[in-house]
Design a protein around this ligand. Structure first.
Ligand code: HEM
Ligand code: HEM
Length: 369
């Protein structure tokens, strides 16, 4: 299931790039990447990490199947926004997303309470991310029913989903994933996670409300940006830049954090109406999500494919996936920078990066244990 979802996410990213080239509505492109691609994968990754964070057994089969509900909801959202399905279909898609997120949050709550000793502070980030998803879906539902509030509720939906749901999940995971990728413990990671969560939540809340109260814009940028700077500074201090850049998965994770920082910085300008907001969606996808997901999958897919103790087959698959990691990250950052600045030529390096990863993925999956 995890491998299927990892591959589906890569396929959804390719679909998003294809839809852009075909001139589809920007909202359809955004949901191909975020709702169809990232949302189910995030649920799958949380299902993998929560038992680790709470020192409990693997997730139950019903929890494992939850991402499929989200995949269906995401597919319907893309269909409606691309004009292929009638508008009323959004309502059942939102209700399904709300139900799946609520069930998942309840499961995380129970796992946290049953944890042997205190759960790892990463769990708090996941619960907060799910609350953001619930609020974001409730906001767009309310907006569809109440046209006068649609504009502000749509802004709340998109910022709560991107910075809140995806952003909090990503930062919470990166603190744990970076030392795992490098095989070098980070004794300060748990402390940083505990310290940063209230600031990150404040930043997301300020950004979600900035659509109504523009003065909250700099508050949101500084809080979310500050958390990212603190995270990167912690990595550089613990691991050193050489070691991070020398590993194909770690360099992608660093690229993702820097890409998100750059995207958030543009919030300063688009939040005050100095630039349109759309390029921020492109930047979020290309500068942040692509390096993040390819970097994380290079580390996680071999573990999902060959579970249990480390084996040479797992090491070989990881070596295949991390090949060209630095080149890929460079292609995403350069192409994404060009695309966000309005130069369509940037699509070529981004597409090349995705194809490069897809090729390594096929090769890694084909190799036998
Ligand atoms: C079942 C799930 C979802 C549904 C039904 C849904 C529905 C919608 C709707 C109706 C809009 C307004 C489109 C418009 O005004 O043209 C919207 C906008 C948006 N949503 Fe979602 N959404 C879902 C999940 C997500 C997720 C998970 C994310 C990101 C993590 C997301 C990010 C966005 C963004 C970025 C926009 C603005 C797009 C643009 O106009 O460029 N949505 N969504
Ligand atoms: C902390 C960072 C951010 C802040 C403070 C912020 C703030 C704002 C504010 C205040 C607006 C409304 C502007 C207006 O009404 O003229 C806005 C619009 C928008 N933001 Fe952000 N934003 C941030 C990050 C992001 C990110 C990461 C994305 C991308 C995923 C994004 C996507 C958008 C979009 C698409 C719009 C315009 C929606 C439309 O009307 O079509 N923002 N932002």
């Amino acid at each position: 299931m995890l491998i299927y979802l990892g591959c589906s996410a890569v396929a959804a990213f390719a679909l998003a790039i294809g839809l852009t080239v075909a001139g589809a509505a920007p909202a359809a492109v955004a949901h191909a990447a975020f709702a169809l691609g990232a949302m189910p994968l995030i649920f799958a990754a949380m299902g993998h990490f929560v038992p680790v964070l709470t020192r409990s057994g693997g997730a139950e089969p019903a929890i494992h199947r939850l991402p499929l509900v989200l995949q269906a909801a995401g597919a319907v959202a893309v269909g409606v926004l691309a004009g292929a399905l009638p508008g009323w279909a959004l309502h059942p898609a939102i209700v399904a997303g709300l139900a799946a997120a609520a069930v998942f949050l309840g499961w995380q709550w129970r796992r946290g309470r049953a944890s042997l000793g205190r759960p790892h502070p990463g769990l708090g980030w996941y619960k907060a991310a799910l609350v953001c998803l619930l609020l974001a879906l409730a906001a767009i539902f309310a907006g569809l029913l109440w046209p006068a509030g649609y504009a502000a509720l749509r802004l709340a939906h998109l910022h709560l989903n991107t910075l809140g749901f995806i952003g909090l999940t990503a930062i919470g995971t990166l603190h744990v994933l970076m030392p795992t990728v490098l095989g070098q413990p980070d004794p300060l990671a748990a402390q940083r996670l505990r310290r940063q969560l209230p600031w990150a939540l404040g930043g997301v809340a300020a950004t979600a409300a900035a659509g109504l109260l523009a003065w909250l814009t700099p508050v949101g940028v500084l809080l979310v940006g500050g958390v990212l700077v603190d995270t990167v500074a912690g990595w550089l201090k613990t691991h050193g830049v050489r070691r991070i850049v020398g590993d194909g998965a770690a360099v992608a994770l660093l690229g993702a954090a820097l890409g998100l920082l750059a995207t958030v910085a543009t919030g300063f300008v688009h939040g005050f109406g100095g630039l349109p907001g759309r390029p921020a969606v492109t930047a979020f996808f290309t500068l942040f999500l692509l390096p993040l997901v390819t970097g994380a999958l290079s580390q996680l897919l071999p573990v999902w494919r060959f579970p249990g103790p480390a084996t040479p087959a797992r090491a070989r698959m990881r070596a295949t996936l991390v090949r060209f990691g630095a080149l890929r990250t460079g292609l995403f950052l350069v192409g994404g920078g060009l695309l966000s600045a309005g130069a369509t030529a940037g699509a070529a390096p981004v597409a090349a990066g995705v194809l490069l990863f897809a090729a390594m993925l096929l090769r890694g999956l084909r190799a036998r244990g």
